[in-house]
Structure formats: C-alpha cells, structure tokens
Design a protein around this ligand. Structure first.
Ligand code: TRP
Length: 346
C-alpha cells in the first residue's frame, strides 16, 4: 500500500503565488510522482476559528479553493479532494486528542504564538486557541505519513507527531508518525517588498489574475529607489529605516525571478549586468511579466475549463470526500477500540 499524504488549506479566499511556492508546487510534484495516496483537505471547520464569516461565503469559498486547486494541477482522478465538515470524525478525534495534549505544548507552538499576539484575549475563541489540536486530527485521521506544507505550518505537524507518539504509547499503536515537507519557497514577499505575500495586505499576485493585472502589478513592484537611469548601477536589496528600525527590502522583481525563472544561469548574468549598470528596471519587469504569464497560462486554461464545468468540481469534492470518509471511519473504529470506547453488550 502507498504511504499517504494529507495536507490542506482553509477556504478563505483566492490563492496567490505565495501559496504556489510554499505549498501547491510541491503538492503537484508529489501527486505526479505517483508514490503517495494524496488527500487534499479543504478545512472548512478550521476556517471558523478565524472570525465569524457568513456561512454562505464559506460554502462558496470551498468551491473557489477547489477550482484554484484544479487550476493549479491537482488531479481529482488519482487523488482525493476532501471537505472537512463532511467528515464529523474530524471533530470526534480532535476532541479525544484534546485530552492527551498539554496546554504548555500548545502554547509553545511559534505559529500559534504569533497569531495569539494579534488577537485580544476577550476576542479569542476556544476554537481558535485550540485549532492546532483539530489540525492534529486532520493529519491523523487518514493516518498520513507525509504533510507537505509551507514553513509556517511545520510546528503543527510536529505537534501531530507528538500526538501520534503519545496516543500510541498510551493506547497502543494506531497512528504512523507524520513528517512535514516544506515547499521550495519559504517566504515570498508581496509586490510591495514589505511583508510576506498576503491577501490582507493587498500585495498579492493571484493564480487567477489575468495577464493585464499581472503586468500592472509587476510594473508597480518595489525595485531600487537609488537607480535613476538605465546606466546607473543597480542594487538587489535596499535598506530602509522606519521608526529607527532598519529593514532590508529586496528588489522585488529579482526576488521573484530567483524563485520562478527556469533559466537560472542566464538570470545570474542578467543580475550582474543590472548591478553594474546598463539594465533598466523596465527590462527586469518585462522579463518577469513574460515569465509569470507563461507560468500562469496553463493554470488559467484549466480554470476556464472547470468554471465552465461546475458539476465536475462538485463531483471531485463528493467522490474524494467519500473515500476519505471510509478511511476516517476505519481509523475511528480502531481509535475507539484502542481506548475501549465501545458499547456494552456488543
Ligand atoms: N492550517 C492550514 C492553513 O491555515 C490548513 C490546514 C488544516 C492543514 N488542516 C491541515 C494543513 C492539516 C496541513 C494539514 O492553511
């Protein structure tokens, strides 16, 4: 039997290049390697932890994520698209896991720590605080071996590994220990160069952007404020002081080219010429626009196809979730058996 992969996203909006580089790129690669049985989870329980969102918006976001994934190249024929809330076993296992994981362990999680800093205690829901416990259940339910994720998710996978080990120690061997696998692009800055690409900051290039929008965003990217003419020497990063704090900002088009340009040898040469002087920012931006639009073309084509065939999207969700549900039920039988949560008289 093939080892299993489970990974997922919250359905909370359109996907961008950061999602591609941090996660989707390796998902597609792992899928195409044919070595794993893959489960792609749309975490529509977990998205409830953020803030109260109109339920109808969440329903639509589930579809939107599925379309983004299909466009990106995930294939519902050989892999399973899973809607978390169709499988209430997630909630059952999360609840059971909450009794063996410690508050201290939860609070050590650097990703959660950062997120807690942004929230006031009186607005903090129990569900948000404990979402890493529910994420443990997502990973353990299909008994996943591998969890390909962006860098920020790694602490959650380590937490799941700890949970698997502890459960097995207390109740007997049920779960394999899952491992994280991090995408090639740990952190993609937004077009402003200030922060990580994020839809909240309005600095993202979306997988669904059309060629004109991509061109416009690239033309607005932060480059080298010191360079006034084509002949001026250029800088690949720039230090900026705000409120006495010095930060390095990358030359954003080159930052993207570093990750996305397939001809890295030529890019090296191009960069050297830019640094010496003689290459203008417009030329750099044109190179990136061309490259991004080439990269996005097949993604756009698949999107057009699936948007024209919405029943295929729903079918992908229904069939993938049905498969995952059968596996989840088997796992829960074993969990209940191991914990002696069985009915008298049976
Ligand atoms: N926390 C992930 C995100 O915010 C989504 C997620 C839910 C997930 N369950 C998961 C990721 C299990 C990996 C494995 O996008």
């Amino acid at each position: 039997m093939k080892q299993r992969i489970l990974t997922g996203m919250r359905p909370s909006g359109k996907l961008h290049l950061g999602h591609w580089g941090g996660a989707l790129e390796q998902w597609v690669e792992l899928q195409n390697s044919n070595q794993y049985d893959c489960f792609w989870l749309i975490a529509d329980y977990q998205v409830l932890s953020d803030h109260i969102i109109d339920p109808n918006v969440i329903r639509q976001s589930v579809i939107d994520v599925a379309i983004d994934w299909l466009a990106a190249g995930l294939d519902p024929e050989g892999t399973s698209f899973v809607v978390q809330s169709y499988i209430p076993e997630h909630a059952e296992l999360a609840m059971l896991m909450s009794f063996i994981m410690k508050v201290n362990e939860l609070e050590r999680n650097p990703t959660l720590k950062e997120e807690l800093k942004e929230r006031s205690r009186d607005q903090l829901t129990v569900g948000f605080y404990a979402y890493p416990v529910s994420q443990i259940a997502d990973i353990l339910l299909p008994r996943a071996h591998l969890v390909p994720v962006g860098q920020d998710q790694v602490p959650h996978i380590e937490f799941a590994r700890l949970a698997a080990r502890r459960f097995n120690n207390i109740y007997g061997e049920v779960f394999p220990e899952p491992h994280a696998k991090v995408g090639r692009v740990a952190r993609l800055v937004g077009i402003d160069g200030d922060a990580k690409m994020s839809k909240h900051l309005g600095n993202a290039i979306y997988l669904s952007d059309d060629p004109k929008t991509v061109a416009k965003k690239v033309m607005n990217m932060f480059t080298d404020p010191l360079k006034k003419t084509v002949a001026d020497p250029g800088h690949l990063e720039h230090s900026l002081a705000t409120d006495g704090v010095v930060r390095m900002k990358p030359h954003v088009p080159f930052h993207y080219l570093d990750y996305f340009d397939p001809d890295q040898d030529d890019l090296k040469d191009f960069k050297e010429r830019y640094v010496k002087g003689g290459v203008g920012d417009t030329e750099v931006k044109q190179r990136l626009i061309k490259l991004l639009n080439t990269f996005l073309a097949p993604i756009r084509a698949r999107r057009v196809y699936y948007e024209a065939h919405p029943t295929l999207v729903v079918e992908a969700l229904v069939s993938g979730t049905a498969r995952a549900k059968t596996i989840a039920q088997q796992t829960m039988e074993e969990v209940r058996e191991a914990m002696r949560i069985t009915r008298y008289g049976e």
